[in-house]
Design a protein around this ligand. Structure first.
Ligand code: MG
Length: 256
């Protein structure tokens, strides 16, 4: 049975990670919840490829830095209206293109942006390393949940494509992943923070809110992080925060 204890015994390389962990036994973890995008399957890399083509489309109007800065500002301005996901991104990309070209963008170029958005929604789901082997093994011993934010239809579609649906007892697709969201989910599902472990790639959405509730969290970094998800806040949660390099390190941690 896994208790929330130190990861220092895992491997020497983890000692370079920036989080203090000390032995701190807590209640046994019963529920392991996973983030989806860039934790179980690739996501940000798909956005990054579209970003590249977007920069090329607008290259004869503005430099890359201006395009990136303006698009991000538009996305942030629209986040409350559209929420997270491909559809909101596509609308913000069109709005930004109209702004940066001072209305000169053609219908054909707008059609290309719409097609890119549709291609993102149709994109195959590519699992990250270790996911296919780790989830079935954990599902035999723990109750697994999926907690993801984004467009409902798109996240449902990706989960089905992933082939992982059968391993999750609970699937929550939410608008935002903050302290209140996690508290509501735990309460609704009758799970105590001390028996809950969240696994994800975003410190901001997957780790910090969960630690704030007194639960455990394991960070599995992805090589790309959307600017909105970046956090400079380092968790300080002795015995409750675990820094992994990939998902395959989770079972050894749990078997500690
Ligand atoms: Mg993620």
């Amino acid at each position: 049975m896994f208790y929330c204890v130190s990861v220092w015994s895992l491997a020497g390389r983890l000692a370079t990670r920036p989080t203090p962990c000390s032995l701190y036994p807590m209640q046994p973890v019963r529920v392991i919840a996973f983030d989806a995008d860039d934790t179980l399957w690739h996501n940000e890399i798909i956005f990054e490829r579209v970003h590249e083509r977007y920069r090329e489309l607008l290259a004869h109007y503005h430099d890359t830095a201006t395009v990136d800065r303006t698009l991000f500002a538009t996305e942030m301005r629209n986040l409350e209206l559209y929420g997270y996901g491909v559809k909101g991104f596509t609308l913000s990309a069109i709005e930004t293109a109209i702004e940066l070209t001072e209305g000169k963008i053609s219908a054909e170029e707008i059609r290309i942006l719409l097609q890119q958005g549709q291609a993102m929604l149709r994109h195959p789901v590519e699992l990250l390393d270790h996911v296919a082997a780790t989830l079935p093994a954990l599902a035999e011993r723990y109750e697994l949940w999926l907690i993801t934010k984004g467009d409902l239809r798109d996240q449902e579609r990706k989960l089905e494509k992933s082939g992982l649906r059968e391993y999750f007892r609970v699937v929550e697709i939410v608008s935002e992943k903050d302290d209140a969201t996690y508290a509501t989910i735990l309460q609704k599902r009758n799970a105590k923070p001390a028996e809950f472990l969240m696994v994800g790639n975003s410190l901001k959405s997957d780790i910090l809110p969960v630690l704030a509730l007194g639960a455990c969290a394991a960070h599995v970094p992805y090589h790309l992080t959307w600017e909105h998800e970046r956090s400079t806040t380092l968790p300080v949660a002795p015995g409750r925060f675990f820094a992994l390099t990939h998902l395959g390190e989770l079972p050894p941690l749990l078997n500690h």
